[in-house]
Design a protein around this ligand. Sequence first.
Ligand code: PHE
Ligand code: ZN
Length: 889
Amino acid sequence: AIIFAHNIAASPILTHILPMKTDAAPKPTRLEDYTPFNFDLSESRFDFRLDPRQTTVRSLLSLTRTAPGPLVLDGENIDLVSVEIDGRLLKRTAYRVTQTQLILDDVPDQFALNITTRCDPSANTTLMGLYVSGGRFCTQCEAEGFRRITYYPDRPDVMSEFTVLIDADKAAYPTLLANGNMIEAGDIDGGRHYAIWHDPFPKPCYLFALVAGEFDRLDDSFITMNGRTIPLEIYVDPGDAPKAAYAMDSLKRSMAWDERAFGREYDLDRFMIVAVRDFNFGAMENKGLNIFNSSLLLADAQTATDLNFERIESVVAHEYFHNWTGNRITCRDWFQLCLKEGFTVFRDQEFSADQRGAAVQRIKDVRALRARQFAEDNGPLAHPVRPTEYLKIDNFYTATIYEKGAELIRMLKTWLGDATFRKGCDIYFDRLDGTAATVEQFIACFEAASGEDMHPFMQWYHQAGTPRLTVERHQTPTSPVISQVVSFSQMTPPTPGQADKAPLMIPIRWQAIGDDGPLMDPQLTVMTTDTQTVSYPRFDVPHSLSIMQGFSAPAILRSDATTEDLIRLMGQDPDAFNRWEAGQTLARRLLVDCARALESGTMPEPDPALGAFFGALGKTLRDDSFDDAFKALVLTQPTGMEVLMAAAPIDPIAVSEAGDWLARAVADGLRNDLLQTYAAMKDSGPFSPDAASAGRRALKGRCLSLLAARFDPLAASLAAQQLDDATNMTDEIGALITLSRLGGQRVESSMESFFEKWKDQPLVLDKYYSVQAMRHHADGIHAIIRLAETPTYERSNPNRVRALVGGFAMGNVRLFHRLDGSGYRFFADQVLDMDGRNPSVAARLLGAFEIWRKLDAKRQQLIRDQLDRIIATRPSKNVLEIAQRMRGA
Ligand code: PHE
Ligand code: ZN
């Protein structure tokens, strides 16, 4: 047995912190400064004596020198008790301790290092390192949280075999978990017990996890492709086990899919997931012991929406897939974050496409990409998929690294083809297993698989910004022998710190479409220069071009398609994505024109295109060959963010009103279709979270919300009826939101009964706060301030704060953007309040201001004032970095 003696009870706390130079501007970390760690750390052992107020951690590290220099370990907010080398206690003069490091100048070439530290998990509000959530211990170490647990080389390229002993009070913490396999457990004196865990796979410390507390457990198992039976365990708060059933089902499907699609088998003897209520992000892929924000794990018909189910499925898959893309092969340094995140997002998107339908999944992913990543890539926070410097790496868990990173992998696949892509992945898993790799090493595997020169493709990793792709059809003389010509040209606007842009390699999938369908096979043009011209055969019939089918590159298309072209594509494009996209392009044009008209105080002229547009929408709605989820998406407008970006600089309220105007127009034009579809979708039978049932509910919800945009009295009664009859949360919250948009007496009482019904269910209470945050309260910001003062508002819980403050900033256009500045001021106050507790969450919230330069001049000034105010308060490094970058040099 590997048990460490607790010989530290009597030793004094020896921490002597050297003074920090406080006024120096924080120094960024740079990719070009990368140097390997100068020791090999083959084995790490940790002995945790858990106590909420004073936990003691004793480590035993086996170190072998690989390069000269002192031993420098990272550490933050921990008390150093003692340091021993090969069992001998070091004198205080033998090492130096700063705010962030423990430095040993003189150490042997090979030795065993023992470090004893103490920390206070109950006081840890950052939710990084070891903390307490709902009376249970848990950890979050990515990216740099392990240094808040003990002194250690907290960097992803130091990989070590971990053995962990946990010792805790048995009654309060009956379950003791860490990574890998449990090799021993038992009782010890004083009502305590212990467990020893060993993880045979060397890993960086950001993948370490420890959990202790009282849990209920949901058990299942999975038989791998090689016939190994893997116990699967999901740990949740007592009473919540039934709500983990969908996550468990998703996990089993993910495991099977990864074997099928990528040949990847699970490696450890067991797989565990733990749900916690206080969590900075969505979920974490700790080796063999994933930790989830409970909002992405727990669901049942009554308390979770279809969107919740969908996210649970994709995040469970995402974290599981990290076992190969992230854990078995990890990152050399944090600049390579997209290596694991972009690839893993791509893998979870492919999984969801397989489980729920490729077209619908692609549309949803592109919608999210445009709303979040395009906004980021075209604003002050734009950065390359592989950045070159950062102040706080927590600030780089962004849509660009995740979603654009995934688009780059998708382009590789589109460009090289399915078989070569898979071959490249196999080479990657084979060649780099057990290493901490770089993007270059990853790309080299695809070079090996394809024989292609990958150099031009690498530009996507270095260059920030969204390319604009302009498409022009050229008229050619009417001769059957002369072909027709289409030209593509690309341009990427400057981004902060990158004024000049090089051409990117852009795979463009395209096809000519006539009134009876396609006139040719889909073509793949791989553009590598600024402009490129392609010819195609002449057709004797009118036709349109379907460009960037499947959204073949993360670019903004500027097409010369006419309304007639777009209507033709809406009806005939065999590529479902572009069929949907044609309607979106038309809607976007209408919305931009309308928003501009509203801003200048004129009412939009009835657009002659509307009639044909409604005709095409109606046809889709009545066509039984499309699934309901697709129809729901066809009836969904482009996001306000897309319109804002296309029309900038603009009054955001005009954008929102344009959305209302178009919804009203669609509802007027399609009233009967919408009513009939609503009625047809209404009785969907007993609840099932599957894609088809969710699609029915999505379509029903879209119809209701469009009818409500018309202030149709019928819509109000349908919504009220739906709220009374609802047996699942999708219908219930959909009705509540519709009622809240319609206003009137029923709203207050419905809100109140919703609160009373659900106040004991934290995840539903989050929904309550976000619906409230997005309402157009008559007394403006005061209503939001009152909500923040209600006893059930928990300002230290990230989910609750994101629901209220994030919901307000992202979802309440009218109040957030009030010209008296009250919305911005309230928001900035909340960010600063959070910054005092949890800088990482505060900095992410602050991202809501990233659109400020797209707004009208008055609002730009108001937000600039708030950013300056935030910077003047000397906030955390996290918030400072975001505020300064947003503000611009
Ligand atoms: N690595 C996690 C994921 O994508 C995200 C995460 C980052 C979670 C940092 C917590 C902290 O899957
Ligand atoms: Zn991830």
